[in-house]
Design a binder for this molecule. Structure first.
Ligand SMILES: O=C(O)C1=C[C@@H](OP(=O)(O)O)[C@@H](O)[C@H](O)C1
Ligand SMILES: C=C(OP(=O)(O)O)C(=O)O
Length: 423
């Protein structure tokens, strides 16, 4: 499917941010391991989170999908060996966390996914799982999926580099409560995407896990999880496209279901956008964005918020002057190499972009219309849509937005964005 986006000036309305993808993954996986029945309110129903639901069911959890709620009967740590291969589709979070969960099963689990998933780094996680009593290897010995895991998780000590993906750390912490010994996990070097680990710890605590951090080391007691009622907040990464569209097209938009005190990494979009010249009002559970469509370039470190790269890159392209984005070498290991793909697609629209090892320098302000490709990356589809509001573009392979924000086109149209889906 292609998206045709037409120049749009002035958008307005009141919308609700979709539920958080990261919190939905964590809640459903932890509830699936827990001792009894958990009620998850407002989960995100999207391709990536459905990959986690299917994987949890394959490991023995019973999940009843109701309108606006999932009722999860956990396995109380007694994970069964799946009958079939676990196919995580396009979801890196599912692959990483479920590889660790497979370490709790008795026999062999095979985990794989689409072409993009089969290119994403896994070796540090496999090494740590081995330290903790699990047999875990890459079927082609290249540190990528397909992954083969034979359970046997005991707990104990391991260390892991912090600069490739925080999902390795989240994955190891999540199985921590089910060892025969406590888990001691030391992060070596710089920890990127740290807010995502904080979110993991927050959800683990909500399910009564005993977890502590001292400097760069996490300690988890083998006490299991207690099921509970958990409500999933709105997603700042998805909301970044609504904020970005308002910033670029101009207008006034209110976004509900976003919490001021959220731990989400991508809350940073609010600081970024105000620094670029947009007026932001932050209420307890609502954000109001007001823009005249005039933005100016900034320097920004996205080390902790890698998923904002495509959004900030297009904002930089639409802004006057230079935008430098840095600190995000790890954005090269996502659905695509997002540094390279943002540079490639923005160049097609006449924007001068310089690729850095860990970011981009964008000379914004002069966009021409044209045809761009998402490379099947959901964040590229949604971010490129924002540029279309400025000049009119066609985005190829656009159906990828359904990975994380299935109502993206509907919500954008409600706000007045001129978008047409072409099958
Ligand atoms: O744990 C999570 O929910 C995520 C962690 C981040 O990945 P990295 O830790 O690999 O940067 C982020 O990019 C991803 O979209 C979601
Ligand atoms: C990188 C992302 O997710 P995941 O790692 O779960 O594929 C993302 O949502 O941008």
């Amino acid at each position: 499917m292609d998206l045709i986006v037409k120049k749009t000036e002035g958008i307005e309305g009141n919308v609700k941010a979709p539920p958080s993808k990261s919190y939905t993954h964590r809640a459903v996986i932890i509830a699936s391991l827990a001792d009894n029945i958990s009620h998850l309110k407002n989960p995100l129903v999207a391709k990536d989170t459905c990959s986690s639901v299917e994987a949890c069911e394959a490991f023995g959890a019973k999940i009843d999908i109701k309108r606006n709620a999932w009722i999860v009967k956990g396995v109380n740590g007694k994970v069964i060996t799946p009958e079939n291969v676990i196919d995580v589709g396009n979801s890196g979070t599912t692959l990483r966390i479920m590889t660790a969960v497979a370490g709790l099963a008795k026999y062999y689990t095979i985990l794989t996914g689409d072409k993009s998933i089969r290119s994403r780094p896994m070796q540090p996680l496999l090494n740590s799982l081995r330290d903790l009593g699990v047999v875990a290897f890459s079927s082609r010995n290249n540190g990528r999926a397909p992954i083969i895991v034979k359970g046997g998780y005991e707990g104990g000590y391991t260390e892991i580099p912090g600069n490739i993906s925080s999902q390795f750390i989240s994955a190891l912490l999540i199985i921590g409560p089910y060892g025969s010994k406590p888990l001691k996990l030391k992060i070596i070097g710089e920890l990127i995407s740290k807010p995502y680990v904080d979110m993991t710890v927050e959800v683990m605590k909500k399910f009564d896990a005993k977890i502590e951090r001292e400097k760069n080391t996490y300690y988890v007691e083998p006490n299991g999880y207690k099921s509970c009622k958990y409500s999933i907040e709105g997603d700042f990464s998805s909301a970044s496209y609504i904020v970005g569209a308002t910033a670029i097209a101009g207008g006034k938009v209110s976004i509900k279901n976003l919490f001021k005190d959220s731990k989400q990494a991508d809350k940073l979009i609010l600081d970024i956008i105000s620094e670029m010249g947009v007026d932001i009002k932050i209420k307890k559970n609502e954000i109001i964005v007001c823009s005249d469509g005039e933005l100016h370039g900034i320097d920004v470190n996205l080390k902790n918020s890698p998923d904002l790269l495509p959004t900030v890159a297009v904002l930089g392209a639409a802004a006057k002057g230079r935008t430098k984005i840095y600190g995000i070498r790890h954005a090269r290991f996502k659905e695509t190499d997002r540094i390279a793909m943002c540079a490639k697609e923005l160049s097609k629209l006449g924007i001068k972009v310089k690729e850095l090892d860990d970011g981009l320098i964008i000379n914004g302000g002069n966009i021409k219309g044209g045809i761009v490709d998402s490379h099947n990356d959901h964040r590229l589809v949604m971010a490129l849509t924002l540029l279309g509001l400025k000049k009119g573009i066609k985005i190829k392979n656009a159906e990828a937005y359904k990975i994380s924000f299935p109502d993206f086109v509907k919500v954008m149209k409600e706000l007045g964005c001129k978008i047409v889906e072409k099958p």
